[in-house]
Design a binder for this molecule. Structure first.
Ligand SMILES: O=C(O)CCC(=O)C(=O)O
Ligand SMILES: [Fe+2]
Length: 194
């Protein structure tokens, strides 16, 4: 982009509050040198917009559909693998356990402030020819405690409804796989597929 075009996106003029736009070099004070006013040249964009662009650029099989769910726990959550492609999970308290694939042992995942747990779901597992594995996990109170005040915020990415993959020797449309899996959640099965 040449300077004239960049000026069309000037952060001081295109929108209020300087939430997005181009800041030309030299507008803010910076280190000067060789007779020039070197500031920082920047383009500012709202973080939400970046997330939308990232999501839109993902392959339709990975994550064009997204859902956000805020959960409050009355008791626990039965062992399961997530059904979509990727889950980004924030939780404030202990309770989430994953089963170690080799030893079969359940282990607590310690919540860490400012960090999310990233879970691979079945859809991504199948689409990666099982190079990525979806971990079996559950939510269970630590002994001697309840989890009535545990909140979690999960952001689920999943393929488009009509994206296709193979699982269990069959060809599936993503939505059919999801519906089948929801049935297994209701009936208390893990829905874990070998
Ligand atoms: O709340 C949690 O820590 C886990 C939730 C979960 O596994 C899920 O919603 O699929
Ligand atoms: Fe889950």
């Amino acid at each position: 982009m040449d300077e004239k075009e960049k000026n069309n996106y000037d952060i001081d003029t295109i929108a209020p509050w300087k939430l997005h736009g181009h800041t030309p070099a030299g507008r803010n004070s910076g280190l000067a040198g060789a007779g020039e006013k070197h500031g920082v040249e920047a383009y500012t964009i709202r973080a939400e917009t970046v997330w939308e662009v990232v999501r839109a650029s993902l392959h339709r099989n990975t994550g064009r559909l997204s859902l956000q769910r805020l959960a409050y726990y009355l008791s626990g959550l039965a062992p399961h693998t997530d059904v979509g492609s990727l889950t980004v999970l924030f939780a404030d308290k202990r309770g989430l356990q994953a089963r170690h694939p080799d030893t079969g042992e359940w282990q607590y995942l310690e919540p860490r402030e400012g960090c999310a747990v990233i879970n691979i779901g079945d859809s991504l597992r199948f689409m990666s020819q099982k190079n990525f594995q979806s971990a079996l996990h559950r939510v269970i109170p630590t002994p001697g405690t309840t989890i009535h005040d545990r909140f979690s915020c999960a952001y689920f990415l999943r393929p488009e409804l009509d994206a296709e993959f193979d699982a269990e020797g069959q060809h599936w449309k993503s939505i059919d796989w999801h519906l089948r899996k929801y049935k297994s959640y209701r009936s208390g099965q893990t829905g874990k597929t070998e």
